[in-house]
Design a protein around this ligand. Structure first.
Ligand code: SIN
Length: 367
């Protein structure tokens, strides 16, 4: 294979991926600490549509009223919106539990299906929960199946081989996640957004997601939504061309990013996952419980039992989960109206080296 071309994005990706010597993080934009913005990026409040979703509906998805969201845009990225953790205390637990207990279940598809029999991947939670509960006392090498999970696809299942979606590989998109996504999209001015496909990525401290553009959807007029839980990450937001130097920013647990307009098609990557700077096992916002009086009965949020949360918390001590939600088809569009996509044979669809690890949408582990 020819050596990959060195460009501005790749240079920064390698810099932030490097663990030794540790890279200086003071130039990484932190939307949760804008008062010490050392990145030089020009940040402004994002315009939201406050009346698009009622406070009651937004709360039922586990979110604060839109009027309380801290949402920002960036001068050079029209269509990019960063919402700094708008979740109500304790409500992230529901989404973490869904990502670990429910969404990996069949008929959804995950990386383990690529080389394991369906009986073996049929109940990852059930097969992993005891191991995760006793993680402290077990041998390091005995990782549970959940800890081997790297991606799950929802709705129209993304085909990593052909880099496309198709009408014949589809399962029902989870209703709760569709509602959450619709509310967030509506608040950002996209009242007709339909959640049709999801890619969930499961990261460890040594994982990274290579430089890519999300361009397999057939309609780019709708935004890409990204929800993050667990440990923080460094995210690189680039331009339409790889030669443009990307902007590094932190993504913390609960943060939501919306990529639309020109920013829907920019290069981006996740070079690094970071432990909590104060040494705690979990980010503070994940240690909070649901407020008394949260209307669980009329909400799409389930109560996450202590038993379930213990498993999730043990998992999250070393990891990060990201869900990107997409609309695949434009209004009235069908797959048949599209020209057939070129296909690229993929050497390994399981999640290790697909090509050079900096140039793949797929998550890779460096160890
Ligand atoms: C992320 O993990 O924050 C980004 C995921 C993606 O770009 O697909």
């Amino acid at each position: 294979m020819a050596a990959p071309v060195e460009d501005a994005f790749r240079r920064l990706f390698k810099l932030y991926k490097r663990k030794q010597p540790l890279v200086e993080l003071s130039g990484v934009l932190d939307f949760s600490r804008l008062e010490v913005n050392g990145s030089g990026a020009k940040v402004h409040p994002a315009k939201l549509s406050h009346s698009s979703v009622s406070d009651q509906d937004i709360q039922s998805a586990g979110l604060q009223p839109i009027s309380k969201w801290k949402a920002y845009g960036l001068e050079n990225y029209p269509g990019f919106i960063f919402i700094s953790n708008p979740f109500l205390p304790g409500c992230q637990h529901h989404w973490v539990k869904q990502c670990l207990k429910l969404y990996p279940q069949k008929p959804n598809v995950c990386n383990l299906d690529m080389h394991m029999a369906s009986e073996e991947t049929s109940d990852l939670w059930g097969k992993s929960q005891e191991q995760l509960r006793h993680k402290g006392s077990r041998k390091k090498e005995s990782r549970s199946l959940l800890e081997k999970l790297r991606w799950v696809t929802l709705g129209y299942h993304y085909n990593w081989n052909t880099k496309s979606y198709s009408s014949d590989h589809h399962s029902l998109f989870p209703t709760d996640l569709a509602v959450l996504s619709q509310h967030v999209a509506a608040a950002c001015g996209f009242s007709h957004f339909k959640a049709e496909a999801g890619i969930l990525n499961y990261y460890y401290f040594d994982s990274s997601l290579g430089i890519h553009v999300d361009e397999s959807e057939l309609d780019f007029s709708q935004p890409l939504l990204s929800f993050s839980f667990g440990h923080s990450a460094i995210f690189l937001l680039g331009g339409l061309k790889r030669e443009e130097t990307p902007l590094p920013m932190f993504i913390h647990s609960g943060d939501i990013m919306v990529m639309s307009g020109i920013s829907r098609l920019v290069h981006h990557a996740v070079p690094r996952i970071l432990p909590c700077p104060d040494g705690s096992a979990l980010p503070y916002c994940l240690t909070l419980s649901l407020s008394e009086g949260f209307p669980i009965g009329s909400s799409i949020i389930d109560l996450c039992s202590k038993e379930d949360w213990d498993v999730c918390a043990s998992y999250l001590c070393e990891s990060r989960i990201n869900m990107t939600i997409r609309q695949v088809l434009g209004a009235g569009q069908t797959f048949s109206t599209q020209p057939k996509q070129e296909t690229y044979p993929c050497k390994d669809c399981e999640g290790s080296q697909q090509q050079d690890s900096e140039d793949t949408k797929k998550l890779t582990d460096s160890s």
